[in-house]
Design a protein around this ligand. Structure first.
Ligand code: SF4
Length: 395
């Protein structure tokens, strides 16, 4: 009897691959152009290599056009960035069309933060995911669209997370999920593409079997996936310490800890990445009132409602310059000791030049002029009855 999605909890790797093949065959025939969404993390690497394996072995018929879309946030952990770069090189050498979805210069993480002055993202103001992950992929999709819906393949799995079971789309950093994993279902415009998650039924242990080569000989895909496994703590014995560790941007300010980086640092091979641990304290420092402007007083909304607006705003120019120096120092320190290990590339020369240009031009986020007081200045709260109260740190 053939396996179904409902058998996923007891399915082995061969059945899982077969079900993936059937899912691709069933839905793929309606589309001439397939695109594979690839972020470099464990699930999308599994998706990519399983699909390539099935196409190469002839188990699934090739579409007329196949594009691998890599979401390059410029912020990936070095082993994942290096692994993705090698994977894309291999695919290009195999004649596969590769497209790199890169945020526009002014939207990139550090350029937006240090050039425009927008403070590091928080759970209440998460500007990063859309800007560095979702929108570049959307733009790539629009560029590829030639009047016929594309079939977008994603590495979303209906794994152990109950949050995912209810609504497959998910947000960064929750339930061990990789940041941005659910971008596709959440936001990609459905008139440009249909979506398919052909490894939806794969359990985490099977993903690791696939990535570490623990599978029957006929399923060996031959792609280099060891660096991905290392990012999740692959040890000398070949077991993976944190099978569901979250990976995301270097020093993600929204994560409660640097789980993936901490795993890596347990191995002396990756010890040179330790300076990256300074990123999160830097973000915390940037959020302090002294490094921010504050807008005191009242604001009238379009509907005429008057609001009290003693709120913390953008980063001061001094804070931006200091943070830029610090990020460059962290990057230089890592790369000084990288040797033949993957270097970190969070800020290149063009990005640094653009940040400096924006600072030089006195760039502030919309509705801020730079004349506002800093957040550590006492301010006067005006009550409805007209009385004044001196306070510190408007929130
Ligand atoms: S990993 Fe963190 S910093 Fe990166 S996009 Fe997700 S929430 Fe933002």
């Amino acid at each position: 009897m053939q396996a179904t999605f409902f058998d996923a909890q007891r399915m082995g790797i061969s059945d899982s691959v077969e079900l993936t093949a059937r899912s691709l065959q069933a839905h793929g025939v309606r589309h001439r152009h397939w695109a594979i969404a690839y972020s470099g993390g464990k699930d999308s690497t599994t998706l990519l290599t399983v699909v390539m394996h099935l196409l190469k072995t002839g188990a699934v018929e090739r579409p007329e056009r196949l594009t691998v879309c890599y979401a390059d946030t410029r912020m990936e952990l070095p082993p994942l960035a290096a692994s993705a770069s090698r994977m894309l090189g291999t695919l290009r050498a195999e004649g596969v069309e590769v497209r790199v979805a890169l945020p526009p210069m002014d939207e990139r993480f550090f350029v937006y933060m240090l050039g425009r002055g927008v403070p590091p993202p928080t759970n209440h103001f998460r500007w990063c995911t859309g800007q560095i992950k979702v929108e570049p992929m959307e733009a790539a999709l629009r560029e590829m669209y030639a009047g016929e819906k594309i079939l977008m393949l994603t590495g979303v799995r209906q794994g152990e997370s109950a949050a995912r079971d209810g609504r497959i789309a998910m947000s960064c950093g929750k339930d061990g999920a990789e940041c941005g994993q659910g971008w596709y279902q959440e936001t990609l415009p459905d008139h440009l593409c249909d979506t398919l998650a052909p490894i939806l039924h794969w359990r985490t242990c099977l993903v690791w079997d696939w990535l570490t080569g623990a599978m029957p000989a006929e399923l060996r895909h031959g792609y280099e996936t060891r660096l991905v496994a290392e990012a999740y703590g692959l040890d000398e014995e070949g077991s993976v310490a944190e099978k569901n560790a979250r990976t995301g941007c270097n020093g993600c300010p929204l994560a409660s800890q640097d789980a993936a980086l901490d795993n890596l640092l347990k191995s002396p091979r990756w010890g040179y990445l330790r300076p990256l641990k300074k990123l999160r304290p830097l973000y915390r420092w940037l959020r302090e009132p002294t490094q921010r402007l504050r807008k005191p007083g009242f604001e009238r909304s379009k509907a005429g409602v008057v609001r009290h607006t003693n709120r913390m705003g953008p980063l001061t120019m001094d804070a931006r310059r200091t943070a830029l120096r610090e990020v460059l120092a962290i990057q230089a320190r890592v790369n000084e000791y990288a040797g033949d290990m993957p270097a970190v590339d969070m800020l290149d020369e063009l990005e640094v030049a653009r940040i400096e240009e924006l600072i030089e031009a006195g760039t502030w986020p919309n509705r801020w002029t730079g004349d506002e007081p800093t957040g550590d200045q006492p301010f006067e709260r005006v009550h409805r009855d007209g009385s004044l109260q001196r306070e510190m740190f408007g929130g």
